[in-house]
Ligand binder design. Structure first.
Ligand SMILES: [Zn+2]
Length: 260
């Protein structure tokens, strides 16, 4: 169950030919922040940003460039993800262009001008921001990432400087497969909800609700935690769904706008 006080948010499509959706409340509250997610778009070719599948890499790279330029960022970071919990810290903005790392499921930075991305197509993209220090992170959380506490890892890293509380932390769980569509075996329920009695057979699980509960347990105020209403599998947002048979990938992104 989603903890009480956690906000349900519907990302809005941004007008224009770049298929991106943004968090309307964060957009208003944090003008220094860029945060959102891409979708398949309305073009004849889907806006597939997957770099590690069957998509011709030249086509994907052209879309990455559109994403980078369309959001106004000089540099953009991504990684081949491995369903683990390592987070790459970008101490400074890299050279302009696309940086592709290996083996990280999350990124974190306080450097303006660098857009961080996480690839998803049913798994949950989680954006974590520190509104006080203006540092941001995005992580990819499938059930293994949830169990591996990758989101809690990002929160901990954002708070590491000084013994600060989570009072300035905001968390958003973006478009992902919903709690009706994502059926998994009892072993997944057992891993995600350790200590609770798992169901007897395959049963849907709501990973965003589990993440919201974990964010609140980590000290984030429920009013500063939000989960998207979009489902990649049964929704109408045009998002790619792995369970729905799509090999394509959308990107959740978060970054600090460069004032200069
Ligand atoms: Zn659904």
């Amino acid at each position: 169950m989603t903890p009480s006080g956690v906000r349900l948010v519907t990302e809005r499509g941004v007008p224009g030919d770049l298929p991106i959706w943004t968090h309307p409340e964060w957009e208003e509250r944090f003008p220094w922040l860029a945060q959102g997610v891409t979708s398949g778009g309305a073009g004849t070719a889907p806006f597939d940003l997957g770099l590690f599948g069957a998509t011709p890499v030249g086509e994907a790279l052209a879309r990455w460039r559109r994403l980078r330029e369309g959001t106004g960022f000089a540099a953009i970071a991504h990684s081949r993800q491995v369903h683990e919990n390592r987070i790459l810290v970008h101490e400074r903005r890299p050279a302009a262009g696309l940086l592709v790392a290996e083996g990280y499921d999350g990124h974190l930075t306080a450097a303006p001008g660098l857009l961080l991305t996480a690839s998803v197509a049913d798994c949950v993209p989680v954006s974590v921001i520190d509104a006080e220090t203006r540092a941001v992170a995005v992580v990819h959380a499938g059930w293994r990432g949830v169990v591996g506490q990758i989101m809690e890892g990002a929160i901990g890293m954002l708070l590491a400087e000084g013994a600060r509380t989570a009072a300035s932390i905001w968390v958003h769980c973006g478009p992902a497969i919903c709690g009706d569509c994502y059926e998994v075996g009892p072993e997944v329920h057992k891993a995600v909800y350790a200590g609770r009695e798992p169901p007897a057979g395959p049963t849907p699980i709501d990973l965003r609700a589990a993440l919201a509960e974990r964010a609140v347990s980590a000290g984030v105020a429920p009013a500063q935690v939000s989960t998207s209403t979009h489902c990649t599998r049964c929704g109408t947002g045009g998002f790619f769904s792995h369970r729905g048979g799509s090999p394509s990938r959308q990107m959740a992104f978060v970054g600090i706008r460069d004032p200069g």
